[in-house]
Design a protein around this ligand. Structure first.
Ligand code: SF4
Ligand code: SF4
Length: 189
């Protein structure tokens, strides 16, 4: 996938139970699509499918042929939690001090002042310029990893929950789940 100049293809995060720091979609009421995914997750559970290598294979192939610069929804639809290391890397990229970078480009997480989020401006990440990430080489960890289609060491059971959640806005994950539902023989109601 062309994560490149756009940066997106990466995105925003808040820490998850599986430790994967995936994106945190803006809150809202459950949609019909989310209800579909809830049904699919139940189906996987009742059919004792606890590993999802097939899903990752499908998703990696879709990711490979996706140009994220034509999408950048993850840079618009979510918020990114940043660590001190992320802020230091952004500061180096911008040639600014760490305190100034934190002050100008981050904001404390509402209700949890120990965590910091990248600021949003005009309903998108402050670093999104057109369809490009202006700090691509110094982008935060969650932006590098999104949409988490590599298996990795984290619990796959919790990963499927976050993948379903992120499929609400990420076409790579949406297409991958559609194909995986089909491969599993799951029929939506
Ligand atoms: S939402 Fe998904 S497809 Fe769109 S830019 Fe982000 S990773 Fe790529
Ligand atoms: S830093 Fe902002 S613009 Fe860059 S990839 Fe992350 S969310 Fe997108």
């Amino acid at each position: 996938m062309e994560h490149d100049p756009g940066g997106p293809g990466d995105s925003r995060a808040s820490r998850q139970a599986d430790g994967s720091t995936p994106a945190a979609p803006r809150p809202g009421a459950e949609t019909a699509r989310q209800a579909d995914y809830t049904g699919f997750r139940r189906y996987l559970k009742t059919h004792h499918r606890r590993t999802h290598e097939r899903l990752y294979t499908i998703a990696r192939e879709i990711e490979r042929r996706t140009d994220c610069r034509a999408c950048v929804r993850c840079c618009r639809e979510t918020v990114v939690e940043v660590t001190s290391e992320d802020i230091e890397r952004i500061a180096r990229t911008l040639g600014l001090g760490v305190d100034e970078t934190r002050r100008r480009y981050t904001t404390p997480e509402p209700g949890d002042l120990r965590h910091w989020l990248l600021r949003n401006e005009h309903d998108a990440c402050i670093f999104l310029e057109g369809n490009l990430c202006s700090i691509y080489d110094g982008r935060p960890g969650p932006c590098r990893d999104f949409p988490h289609v590599t298996g990795g060491a984290h619990t796959l059971g919790s990963r499927i929950e976050s993948i379903c959640r992120h499929a609400e806005f990420c076409p790579i994950l949406e297409q991958a789940l559609d194909a995986y539902e089909h491969a599993c023989g799951y029929a939506r109601r």
